[in-house]
Write a protein that binds this ligand. Structure first.
Ligand code: SF4
Length: 117
């Protein structure tokens, strides 16, 4: 595993209530893939930080932009299946925290989603 991969898995460990280390490490939500792409593009994002979920407005925007194109949607995502009554995945939480902290914008995330989906 490369240093970048190790840092990305730190993101799952720090943010994802569903992450089980060692199980299906190949699987990744779209939030994870967007952040990974940003890191590979050379953006400096602190993945060791425990980002807090953002407020309702950012959550609504991400649920609209990110989740419909996520490979886990709908059958493998409790957040979608329970219509927001379960925790979102770690990629979603970390992305929303990065947006809330103004490290990135919703538009930045949207541009990457357009490119990789
Ligand atoms: S909350 Fe669910 S649908 Fe949205 S990015 Fe995460 S795993 Fe995918």
């Amino acid at each position: 595993m490369s240093d970048d991969e190790r840092r990305m898995r730190e993101l799952c460990l720090n943010h994802c209530v569903y992450y089980k280390p060692g199980k299906d490490e190949e699987l990744a939500c779209l939030g994870f893939l967007v952040i990974k792409e940003m890191i590979e593009e050379g953006r400096s994002l602190d993945l060791a930080e425990r980002w807090q979920p953002a407020g309702a407005e950012v959550e609504r925007m991400l649920a609209k932009e990110l989740c419909p194109r996520c490979p886990f949607n709908p059958d493998d995502c409790d957040y979608i299946l329970k219509e927001g009554d379960a925790a979102p995945c770690g990629g979603f939480v970390a992305l929303s925290g990065l947006i809330q902290a103004r490290c990135i914008t919703v538009r930045d995330a949207g541009d990457v989603i357009e490119r990789i989906c």
